[in-house]
Design a protein around this ligand. Structure first.
Ligand code: AMP
Length: 527
C-alpha cells in the first residue's frame, strides 16, 4: 500500500517540534525504513522542499500568486477522490511543472487546487511549505543524507561525495532504494552539474600568498558569472554557480566550445564577463541584462558581448579529475584549450611579483586576483583555503546623522555612529547602519567635539546631529532590513576615511545603494 501524504505531513510536524538533530535523523530514517522503496525519491524531494530534481531542470513555476489562487479557488474534482498519497502528490506536481502552451497559469492553478481540495489542513500546510521552499523543519540536505545512509546502511562519507557529484538527492535516494548505487565507483553524470569549489578571502596579497604556502598560481579574478561547462557528443550545457542551466543566456559559450574542443567529453570551469568592443571588462550589472527575461534577447547579445575565461577542468574523456592536484589539472586544461580561452595567470613565490600582477589586474578593471594552491585537489561544494581571493574593498560615502555614547574605555566619547545615505527625491537622509569601527582615539575625540557642536536633539544615551560629517565606509554586504526607514542595512560597516571635502548631499544616494543590493543579490545567485 502506498504511504499517504497525511503521514508525510505528520512526520513534518514532528520534525518541526523536535530540536535535536540526532532525533530528527532517527525520525527520518525510521520513516524511510517503513515506506516502500519506490517512495524514497518523492519523499526526500518533498521533504527537502525540492519537489522536482534540480537536474531535471524543469523549473516548477509555482510562485506565491499561483499558490494563493489555488488556495482560494473552489475547484472540486468531478469524481470525488480520497486523500492523496506521497507518490500522487509528486506525480501531480510533475504535471504542474510539465504544462506548457496556452493558459499555463490557469491549468497550474487548477491542478494544484484540486490537489489541495483533497487535503486536510495539516497536509495543505506542508504542501504549501514544500512548494514555497519554506519547510523550516530542519530537514536540510546534509541531515537527510545521513538518514538515507542509516536506512540504506551505507557509508555516510561516501554518500556525501556521491551527492556532490550527482547533485540530486532524489536521484540518489532512488538509486539507493533500488540498490543500484555503487558508492566506490561513482561517475559524474555529464549534464548533471557538480557542486563547485568555493574560495576563502584574504585582505592582502601577502596574506594570501602565505596562506597558499609559498609558490602558487595567481590568477585574475574576473567579475562575472561562474560557469561549469559540460560537453559530450557535440552537445554543450552551461551551469551557473547555483547549478541552474544558463546555456541559453550565453549562446557564445556553446559556440566557442563546439568550435574549439576536440575531445569526447569534458567538464570545464570558468568565468564569463561582459566586455566592450576592445575586449575590456564591463561592470557586472551589464552582464546581468542577459539573465533578466527580456523579449529582444538577440539585441542584448549584440549589445553586450561576453568573453569566457577558463580556469579548471574536472572531468576529461571518462576520467574524473577532481582528486588530481591543481597543477596536473591545469596541464590537462592547457592540453585541450587554446591560451586565448584561459584565465590570465602567473605562477610565483615572489610576493612583489604577485602584488604587481594584482595591481595590473585592478588597473585593467578586474575585481582582484585568486591565489591558488598548486597541489590542491578540487574539493567539491566546499569553501576552503585552496583558493584565496583578494579584492579591492567596496566603499560608499555616507553622512553621520547621530551618535551614541560609548561604553567602558569609550564612555567619554560619542563613538557609535548612525550612517545615512541621501534621498534626493524627498530631500532627506536615510539611515542605513551604525558603526563604531575604524577610528583612532584622536579621531573619536575630534568626532565627539564636532558632533556636540552639530547637535539638534539629545536623548541621553544618543544624540542626533545636523548632517555634515561625511565619511567613507567599507562594508561586506547590503542587506534588506526593516530596522531602518531606508529599508536597507550595511553589514559590517567600518569607517575607512573622512571625506570632509564632500558636501552631505553628494553622498551615495538611496537609489545607488539599491543598485548595489540588487547587483549583490544577482552575484550570490550566479558568480
Ligand atoms: P566570491 O564570489 O567573491 O566568493 O569569489 C568566488 C568566485 O570568483 C567564483 O565563484 C568565480 O565565479 C569567480 N572567479 C573569477 N575569476 C576566477 C578565477 N580565476 N578562479 C576562480 N574563480 C574565479
Amino acid at each position: 500500500m502506498e504511504t499517504s501524504f497525511l503521514e508525510f505531513a505528520k512526520l513534518c510536524r514532528s520534525l518541526e517540534e523536535t530540536s535535536s538533530t540526532l532525533e530528527k535523523r532517527r525520525i527520518i530514517s525510521n520513516f524511510l525504513r517503513k515506506i516502500n522503496p519506490d517512495e524514497w525519491k518523492p519523499f526526500v524531494l518533498l521533504l527537502t522542499g525540492k519537489v522536482l530534481p534540480e537536474s531535471e531542470n524543469k523549473a516548477l513555476y509555482v510562485g506565491y500568486s499561483t499558490i494563493k489562487k489555488a488556495i482560494s479557488s473552489k475547484i472540486q474534482t468531478l469524481i470525488p477522490l480520497g486523500p492523496p498519497t506521497i507518490k500522487e502528490v509528486y506525480r501531480e506536481l510533475n504535471r504542474v511543472a510539465s504544462i506548457s502552451g496556452a493558459d499555463v497559469q490557469r491549468k497550474r492553478v487548477d491542478i494544484l487546487s484540486s490537489l489541495l481540495s483533497r487535503m486536510s489542513d495539516i497536509e495543505r500546510e506542508f504542501l504549501i511549505r514544500s512548494l514555497s521552499g519554506e519547510m523550516r523543519i530542519g530537514a536540510e540536505v546534509g541531515l537527510v543524507l545521513q538518514a538515507l545512509a542509516d536506512a540504506a546502511k551505507v557509508d555516510i562519507e561516501k554518500l556525501r561525495k556521491a551527492y556532490l557529484l550527482i547533485g540530486d538527492i532524489g536521484e540518489l535516494a532512488e538509486k539507493l532504494s533500488k540498490k543500484e548505487l555503487n558508492l566506490d565507483n561513482i561517475k559524474p553524470k555529464l549534464f548533471n552539474p557538480i557542486r563547485p569549489m568555493l574560495a576563502t578571502s584574504a585582505d592582502t596579497i601577502e596574506e594570501a600568498m602565505q596562506l597558499a604556502g609559498g609558490r602558487a598560481a595567481v590568477e585574475v579574478k574576473y567579475d562575472g558569472v561562474r560557469v561549469q561547462i559540460h560537453y559530450a557528443s557535440g552537445e554543450v550545457k552551461v551551469f551557473s554557480r547555483r547549478l541552474t542551466d544558463v546555456t541559453e543566456n550565453l549562446p557564445e559559450v556553446t559556440d566557442v566550445i563546439k568550435k574549439t574542443l576536440k575531445v569526447r567529453d569534458v567538464i570545464l570551469e570558468g568565468e564569463v564577463i561582459a566586455v566592450d568592443e576592445k575586449g575590456n571588462p564591463r561592470p557586472f550589472q551589464e552582464l546581468m541584462k542577459r539573465f533578466k527575461r527580456i523579449k529582444d534577447f538577440e539585441i542584448i547579445v549584440k549589445k553586450i558581448p561576453i568573453k569566457l575565461y577558463l580556469f579548471d577542468i574536472l572531468y576529461l574523456n571518462g576520467k574524473l579529475l577532481v582528486n588530481e592536484p591543481y597543477y596536473k589539472r591545469y596541464e590537462y586544461l592547457t592540453s585541450i584549450v587554446p591560451s586565448s580561452l584561459l584565465a590570465e595567470r602567473i605562477v610565483t613565490d615572489d610576493i612583489s611579483v604577485a602584488k604587481d600582477f594584482y595591481e595590473r589586474a585592478i588597473r585593467a578593471g578586474h575585481e582582484g586576483v585568486m591565489v591558488k594552491k598548486l597541489d590542491a585537489p578540487y574539493v567539491m561544494g566546499v569553501r576552503g583555503a585552496n583558493w584565496i581571493k583578494v579584492k579591492e574593498v567596496e566603499t560608499i560615502d555616507v553622512v553621520v546623522v547621530g551618535a551614541e555614547w560609548g561604553h567602558g574605555r569609550r564612555r567619554n566619547w560619542l563613538s557609535d555612529y548612525y550612517l545615512a545615505v541621501y534621498d534626493p527625491e524627498n530631500n532627506e537622509f536615510l539611515i542605513v547602519g551604525k558603526t563604531f569601527k575604524g577610528l583612532t582615539d584622536e579621531e573619536f575625540e575630534w568626532m565627539t567635539r564636532k558632533l556636540l557642536e552639530l547637535k539638534i536633539a539629545d536623548e541621553g544615551y544618543r544624540i542626533w546631529v545636523k548632517p555634515e560629517i561625511v565619511v567613507e565606509v567599507a562594508f561586506n554586504e547590503v542587506q534588506k532590513s526593516p530596522k531602518y526607514k531606508s529599508g536597507y542595512a550595511l553589514r559590517f560597516a567600518r569607517i575607512t576615511r573622512f571625506r570632509l571635502d564632500k558636501d552631505p548631499k553628494d553622498v551615495t544616494t538611496i537609489n545607488e545603494l539599491k543598485e548595489i543590493y540588487l547587483r549583490d543579490m544577482m552575484r550570490r545567485e550566479l558568480s
